[in-house]
Design a protein around this ligand. Structure first.
Ligand SMILES: Cc1cc2nc3c(=O)[nH]c(=O)nc-3n(C[C@H](O)[C@H](O)[C@H](O)COP(=O)(O)O)c2cc1C
Length: 219
């Protein structure tokens, strides 16, 4: 199954983006074809000018069309989704997310804006035709750290939520395409994130032991 990740942070070392990259690695290991698009893949003028006719927007739409599952992440900005992500989503047609399984992810500086997923991001996804919108995962900055080597250290509680979200995502994908989808049980092992826990409540994704992820970026 083709999966597209859409990351809505403008930051180069993005926490929300790191969470998605972490999920992508698990999905690639489960046999999915994962593509990634971020704000930096689209010209700023197209985002600001809502230029839906340009080649970047056309490329984005083609990628969304091909995907059965979408993971969409955003940092919380002023109690809402990032403006950049909204600008990117504005380039999509009304029913762009119809029939797709959508997993929302958000990170914020504090737990106060946990519900931004519900009152800010999900209504936009719904306006784009999404009807299979999973519960999603919210993490605060204290819950994770992007390490110098690009790996992400994640608190155990968030790890468990990600694990659950991935299982749900995988199960819904296999319902979409039962003949081609990876069966829910087979798609993710009992502990999809069974990476060594070096200390305390941290779990670090061990990319060094795994096959290089086939995560492609760009539109
Ligand atoms: C402009 C701006 C506005 C922010 N507004 C909020 C906010 O309203 N609530 C919150 O919990 N965190 C807020 N934050 C903190 C970010 O959501 C948080 O650090 C997030 O993890 C950043 O994700 P990223 O690294 O993927 O960009 C804000 C950060 C910035 C830069």
């Amino acid at each position: 199954m083709t999966i597209l990740t859409i990351c809505g942070s403008p930051a180069r070392h993005s926490r929300s983006g790191a969470l998605v990259a972490h999920l992508s690695r698990a999905l690639v290991s489960a046999g999915h074809d994962v593509h990634a698009v971020g704000l930096r893949d689209l010209p700023a003028e197209d985002l600001i000018g809502a230029n839906a006719q340009g080649p970047a927007a056309r490329g984005l739409r083609a990628r969304v069309e091909r995907a059965g599952g979408i993971i969409i992440s955003t940092p919380v900005y002023k109690a809402s989704l990032s403006g950049g992500l909204k600008a990117l989503l504005d380039l999509l047609p009304e029913n762009a997310l119809a029939g797709k399984v959508v997993l929302p992810i958000a990170t914020g500086g504090s737990p106060t804006h946990l519900l931004a997923l519900e009152y800010a991001l999900k209504p936009v996804l719904s306006a784009l035709g999404a009807r299979i919108i999973l519960g999603g995962v919210y993490a605060t900055d204290k819950d994770l750290a992007v390490l110098a080597d690009g790996e992400v250290a994640i608190a155990r509680a968030i790890q468990d939520r990600l694990d659950h979200a991935l299982r749900e995502f995988s199960a819904q994908l296999s319902l979409l395409q039962p003949d081609k989808g990876v069966a829910a049980d087979a798609a993710l092992p009992a502990n999809a994130f069974a990476f060594p826990a070096p200390a305390g409540n941290r779990v670090v994704s061990a990319t060094s032991d795994a096959e290089p992820p086939r995560v492609r970026s760009g539109t």
